[in-house]
Design a protein around this ligand. Structure first.
Ligand SMILES: [Mg+2]
Length: 265
């Protein structure tokens, strides 16, 4: 009984924390730090574009959103961005390792220490898909949908991201998940269980958002700064929201399409 009450309190906390200012599709742009962000315009008719003026609730465009998903355009857009990110990762890692070897040779350092390379991934709509729960609310309540998905812990992987994860691991790149999910034990447990069941294995760290974090953008860029302070170079950062990617501390960022909800900075 006590566990029930605790879980209910946690659900409320999680729901309050997951989506900053709701899930309208709204305009706005800010400083991306030194990181170039590459993205794609979602394929399909009638989809508003994040960054345009005005505000449209995702619940107002249920039919185009369902069509975007069911037609396979969502999946193919994810694949397009994912394959570009993977090609970039391969090129970048090879280049940085070559440079490190050249520096070692020039300085007579042997054995040559490998540079500590890292990749950062967001979780929701980047590593895991909550589409089923989002569609079940007709895209009118992303907070409830994401909370349901979090506790069910059965969300499937976003396949191109899982491929990218495998590529990074096979190349010895450390993978850090940085998520807006709140820093609570039960959330950590469910999230780790879901990542594992979706096929992710061997990540370096799962960073959850502390209760006293100010905004998503500053929390996430601060978490990346901490990773770089630990001696890593973040070669790639992948997310589905601008707030995952702006603020620097990555050589390059790739933004996956997500017309289903918007999280403010
Ligand atoms: Mg996300």
């Amino acid at each position: 009984m006590r566990r029930r009450a605790l879980e209910y309190a946690v659900v409320l906390l999680v729901a309050a924390g997951l989506l900053g200012a709701g899930f309208a599709i709204a305009g706005g742009s800010g400083d991306s730090g030194s990181t170039k962000i590459a993205t794609i315009r979602p394929t399909g008719v009638g989809l508003p574009r994040v960054g345009m003026h005005g505000t449209v609730g995702a619940g107002d465009i249920v039919s185009p959103l369902r069509q975007y998903h069911d037609s396979g355009h969502y999946e193919s857009d994810l694949e397009k961005v994912g394959s570009k990110a993977e090609a970039y990762l391969d090129r970048r890692v090879a280049k940085l390792r070559k440079k490190a070897r050249q520096r070692c040779r020039a300085r007579g350092v042997s054995p040559c220490p490998k540079p500590k390379l890292a990749m950062v991934l967001d979780i929701d709509e980047t590593s895991l898909s909550n589409y089923a729960d989002l569609a079940a609310t007709d895209f009118t309540d992303a907070t409830a949908a994401l909370t349901t998905s979090l506790f069910a812990a059965t969300s499937p992987a976003i396949d191109p991201t899982l491929d990218l994860f495998g590529e990074a691991r096979s190349r010895g790149v450390a993978v850090f998940f940085i998520t807006g999910r709140p820093d609570l034990d039960v959330v950590r447990d469910r999230t780790e269980a879901n990542l594992t069941s979706a096929g992710y294995a061997g990540w370096k760290e799962l960073v959850l958002k502390p209760a006293d974090a100010e905004g998503t953008l500053s929390y996430k860029s601060g978490a990346r700064a901490t990773i770089e302070d630990d001696g890593y170079r973040i070669v790639l950062n992948v997310g589905d929201q601008d707030s995952d990617l702006k603020g620097g501390y990555a050589d390059k960022a790739y933004k996956l399409p997500n017309p289903f909800y918007f999280i403010s900075n």
